[in-house]
Structure formats: C-alpha cells, structure tokens
Write a protein that binds this ligand. Structure first.
Ligand code: C2E
Ligand code: MG
Ligand code: MG
Ligand code: MG
Length: 279
C-alpha cells in the first residue's frame, strides 16, 4: 500500500540522512545471508507488443524483501553491489530465477513468455561468465532465445572489441542481447554501429521530456523518430521505456516502436502474480 511504501522509504530516508555509512554496513553485512535466505525476489514487468497489444515479454527486476516485509528497491542496493562486486552473485541468481521460471511454465504446459534480465558490467569481466550461462541453460534445458540480456551502454565505452567478442559468444549460445537505457548517458552512433545487439531500449527520459516546453518537446520527438527509424534499418528491435499514458503509447506507436513498457500497462509485479495474469 501507499502507506507502507511511504513507511519504507522513510525508513531508508532516515538511515540515509543520518547514517549513510550504517546503511552500507547493514546492506553489506546482510547481503550474503539475504541471498541464501532467498530474500531477493524476481518481479516481472510486462513488455507489450504494440502491434498485438499483448504481453509478449517481461523484464525481471529484483526486489529485496527481508523477513519483516519491507520492500527495498534496486536503486538502494545495486550501486553498492556494483562497487563491492556482489552484483555478480545477484545477477547470476536472477538469471537462474529466469531460467527456472521458464522451465516451470514449460513443465506446466504453458506457452513461455520470453524474459529479459539486467546484467551488470562486472559480469563481463568474469572469466567464467559465458560458461556459467551455458551451464544454466543446460541445467534447466531451455532455449536461450527465450532470454534477453540487458546491458548498459556504458560498457561500450570500455573495451568495445572485447565486449563484442563476449556478445558474439552469448549470441552463439542463443541469447538475445539488448542495450538498456539508450539515450541516458554517453550514447553514440558508434554503439549502434559496432555492437551486435538485437534490441534497443529507449530510456524513459525521452518520454518524460515530452511534457517540456513545446519547442523542446518537438526536438525530442524528432530525435526519437530518427533513432527508431535508424534502429529499424539496422534490424534492431525497439522498446520504449516509461510508457505512462495513452498519449505516450500513441506516440511510440506512431514512431513504429515494436514494444512498450511502463506503468501504463503494469508496474513490476511478483512472478506469481505475473504467471496468474499473463500465462
Ligand atoms: P531498468 O533496467 O532500466 O529497469 C526499468 C526501471 O524503470 C525499473 O525500476 C522499473 O520499475 C521502472 N519503470 C518501469 N516503467 C516505468 C514507468 O512507466 N515510469 C517510471 N517512472 N518508472 C518505470 P527498478 O525496478 O527500480 O530498477 C531500477 C534499475 O535497477 C533497473 O533499471 C536496472 O538498471 C537495475 N536493476 C534492477 N534489477 C536488477 C538486477 O537484477 N540486476 C542488475 N544488475 N540491475 C538491476
Ligand atoms: Mg533493464
Ligand atoms: Mg532501462
Ligand atoms: Mg534504468
């Protein structure tokens, strides 16, 4: 409920205000135990195919739900996990959850919905990342093309040849690869030109900025239109993030976007709720 989430945010707000370090200590001292206790939950947010109007995919988003029922959002721990390295463990745990969920749907005789999962850049520096991914596919006996790996474009700023090599190996296993939050940071045409990605997710900042003054909004629209057109010419699928209104949807459909994702359709919901609603 709104009241609960307010309470939760105040709890963190307090800690952050007075005891930033204490929050970090709390998170760091509990993270391994939390992983062990299965306190990290997979939530799923539908990805709507704009042509069909149906849920044709979903993104897995982590929520940390300790025993006391608080819900802790990724913004409050992912950056820390990125800096202390724990993201590698958490991300592999999430990939395994995604595999397990797909296997469950198949076993129940349901048509599995393709899932996307966020991959920290740390994974790309792990020597056994690709082998571990392969092992998970074999363990759960699922086709990799039901899984899309979302990476951030910041990765492309580091070693683009090395990154491309890893992407090729993941694609050889059958995974789809997506560029997340495109347009939020140092996006460049070089990213589009050199990375062999299957999907591009337009950062929600694009749609947010449409409410700005007329002139700015016009420029934003032009840029979005051109990105979608260019992307389609490169045979890359497009997803607009942060669709919050009917107007947003109408606009992205007019651009020729393939998918929309956002609160207009659904917030991220628990995997159980998602299965009941969409499978
Ligand atoms: P992201 O991958 O770009 O995921 C989309 C975020 O936007 C999610 O926030 C989602 O709840 C939110 N969102 C979706 N639709 C709307 C909308 O219409 N309006 C607004 N205002 N927001 C919307 P969330 O779940 O808090 O996750 C934030 C970020 O944390 C993610 O951004 C992703 O970068 C990271 N993250 C989440 N789960 C994982 C994970 O398992 N591993 C890693 N490495 N990062 C994760
Ligand atoms: Mg994402
Ligand atoms: Mg995103
Ligand atoms: Mg994001």
């Amino acid at each position: 409920t709104a009241r609960q989430s307010l309470k939760n945010s105040i709890w963190f707000y307090d800690l952050q205000l007075h005891e930033d370090e204490k929050l970090e200590n709390y998170v760091e001292s509990r993270m391994y135990q939390a992983l062990e206790n299965r306190e990290f939950k997979m939530y799923l947010q539908p990805k709507i195919g704009l042509a069909s109007g149906k849920t044709e995919g979903a993104e897995a988003l982590v929520r940390w739900i300790p025993d006391d029922g608080r819900v802790i959002y990724p913004g409050q721990f992912i950056p820390l996990f990125e800096s202390n390295g724990f993201c590698v463990n958490l991300d592999m745990y999430m990939v395994e959850n995604v595999c397990r969920q797909i296997r469950e749907w198949i076993d129940e005789g349901l048509e599995p919905i393709p899932l996307s999962v966020n991959q920290s850049k740390l994974l790309f520096y792990e020597t056994d990342y690709i082998d571990n991914m392969k092992a998970l596919l074999e363990k759960y006996k699922i086709p990799a093309d039901l899984i899309t790996l979302e990476i951030l474009e910041g990765l492309a700023l580091e070693n683009i040849d090395e990154l491309n090599e890893k992407i090729s190996r993941l694609k050889a296993l059958g995974f789809r690869v997506s560029m997340d939050d495109f347009g939020s940071g140092y996006s460049s045409f070089n990213t589009l030109a050199s990375l062999k990605i299957d999907e591009l997710k337009l950062d929600r900042a694009f749609l947010m900025r449409l409410t700005e003054s007329d002139e700015n909004s016009k420029r934003q629209k032009t840029i979005m239109k051109e990105i979608v057109e260019l992307t389609k010419k490169l045979k890359i699928t497009t997803v607009a993030e942060g669709v919050e209104t009917k107007e947003n949807e109408e606009f992205i459909r007019s651009l020729g976007c393939d998918f929309g994702q956002g609160y207009y359709y659904s917030r991220p919901i628990s995997a159980e709720e998602f299965s009941e609603k969409y499978l």
